[in-house]
Design a protein around this ligand. Structure first.
Ligand SMILES: *[C@@H]1O[C@H](CO)[C@@H](O)[C@H](O)[C@H]1NC(C)=O
Ligand SMILES: *[C@@H]1O[C@H](CO)[C@@H](O)[C@H](O)[C@H]1NC(C)=O
Ligand SMILES: *[C@@H]1O[C@H](CO)[C@@H](O)[C@H](O)[C@H]1NC(C)=O
Ligand SMILES: *[C@@H]1O[C@H](CO)[C@@H](O)[C@H](O)[C@H]1NC(C)=O
Length: 386
């Protein structure tokens, strides 16, 4: 009797141990132990919110329905829920990336960035504000890629204390640079700068992205993931701003504006060249291009098939109009309203995408379907249904 109780107890303890030690997240075996992110609103997890001055009129993205789907409160993400970098962090078994500009501190009054941090700021540009001043474009916020790189350099001594220690630490880091550059064009397009002129400085934007990647590699980064531009011509904000009565402006298959998509493709082609060049220059590094454009194009081509039953072009949150986007009232402020089910939409607020759309992009990257090299993250660890 006593011995059978003993055996049962042993068996139960054994089972308990088995359950305890079985990895909850298969990505525990992933080769990256930290994650760093540079970019703009596509990747911001709260930096702009922390940078925003406290006033009695909170920024629109600090209000519901931002955050409603996953965090159930606005977090500073420009979406109803998680953005691509959140899905990447999750698949690596890492916590959601904290914004660098933030208040959370550990017990010793310092923040710990050992598992990574996010430098991406909504509205950020690749080029410095000096360039935009020259062409008459006013930037808010005034955060460039160089500024984010300076934050990175300021942060590094909190995790490593010599270049060999930093090299060792960064060897197992995944560094995501982008998407960035979109605002270098958005601010100019919306400021009325002619397209030909904007096109003339795409190579400048791409060189800046390249020089920052070059510097990051010099500091010890080894694996870099670099997303390109989304199909701008499919964005509700652009579709509403550049509405045309000329049907040949539109792609009959998707309803997107051809000339803006051509612009995004132009940026991406220069970026791919730049990355190939950098890869030759740094054979020990792995520089991976993430093809946001073609990953997103799948939901613009066949929204229904991917679950975007309300179509991919109309924004979920807005104040009406053919694309539910009105530049004079931003999502969050009245009279805008969120839609009943953001999962059925790809476009969130005009410029940004829904969590469901970001999940699709992340899936395309993590499985390697839309990257030029494999990230070596076990693709099954991506919890596509979570
Ligand atoms: C707090 O953060 C600092 C800086 O990263 C680190 O050295 C320290 O070990 C952390 N303390 C705790 C309790 O996490
Ligand atoms: C933007 O930031 C840079 C670097 O911090 C600074 O030199 C510049 O004066 C700022 N420009 C504006 C318009 O605030
Ligand atoms: C319509 O758009 C096409 C291409 O976008 C252009 O070539 C053509 O000149 C335009 N037609 C008119 C009447 O503006
Ligand atoms: C955009 O919103 C403003 C403010 O609510 C309104 O006056 C205007 O008519 C709207 N424009 C369109 C095209 O719906």
């Amino acid at each position: 009797m006593a011995s059978s109780v003993f055996i049962v107890t042993m068996l139960l303890s054994f089972l308990f141990l088995l359950l305890r030690t079985s990895p909850e997240n298969t990505a525990a075996a992933a080769p990256y132990t930290s994650l760093f992110s540079f970019g703009d609103s596509l990747a911001d997890t709260g930096n702009l919110l922390h940078l925003s001055p406290e006033t009695n009129r909170p920024p629109h993205f600090a209000l519901p329905p931002y955050g409603e789907t996953f965090f159930h409160t606005p977090t500073g993400r420009f979406s109803d829920g998680r953005v691509v970098i959140d899905f990447i962090a999750d698949s690596l078994g890492l916590p959601f990336l904290p914004p660098y500009v933030g208040e959370e501190k550990n017990e010793s009054g310092r923040r710990n960035f050992g598992q990574g941090v996010n430098f991406a700021v909504a509205g950020a540009t690749a080029l410095d504000d000096e360039f935009f001043k020259k062409i008459g474009v006013h930037l808010t916020p005034n955060i460039s890629l160089d500024c984010q790189l300076n934050w990175f350099k300021e942060m590094l001594p909190t995790i490593c204390h010599s270049s060999s220690e930093c090299n060792e630490f960064l060897k197992s880091s995944l560094v995501v640079v982008g998407e960035i550059g979109g605002n270098d064009y958005n601010h100019a397009f919306l400021g009325g700068i002619p397209t030909d002129f904007i096109k003339s400085y795409v190579s400048k934007v791409v060189s800046k992205i390249g020089s920052v990647i070059h510097e990051l590699i010099g500091l010890g980064a080894v694996t870099l993931l670099v997303p390109g531009e989304l199909p701008k011509g499919c964005s509700a904000a652009y579709l509403a701003t550049y509405m045309s009565s000329n049907q040949t402006d539109y792609d009959p298959e998707t309803g997107c504006l051809n000339w803006l998509n051509d612009f995004a493709k132009y940026h991406n082609s220069l970026l791919i060249n730049e990355l190939n060049h950098l890869q030759e220059l740094h054979p020990h590094a792995t520089i991976i291009y993430a093809d946001y454009y073609n990953a997103a194009m799948q939901f613009y081509l066949t929204p229904d098939k991917l679950g975007f039953k309300e179509g991919a072009l109309v924004a979920c949150c807005g104040a009406g109009g053919p694309y539910n986007f009105n530049a004079s009232v931003q999502c969050g402020y009245p009279p805008t309203k969120g839609c009943a089910d953001p999962n059925l939409y790809a476009n969130w607020d005009g410029m940004h995408l829904t969590e469901a759309a970001y999940k699709w992009l992340a899936h395309g990257i993590l499985t390697g379907a839309y990257t030029n090299k494999n990230l070596n993250i076990i693709s099954s660890s991506f919890k596509a249904t979570s």
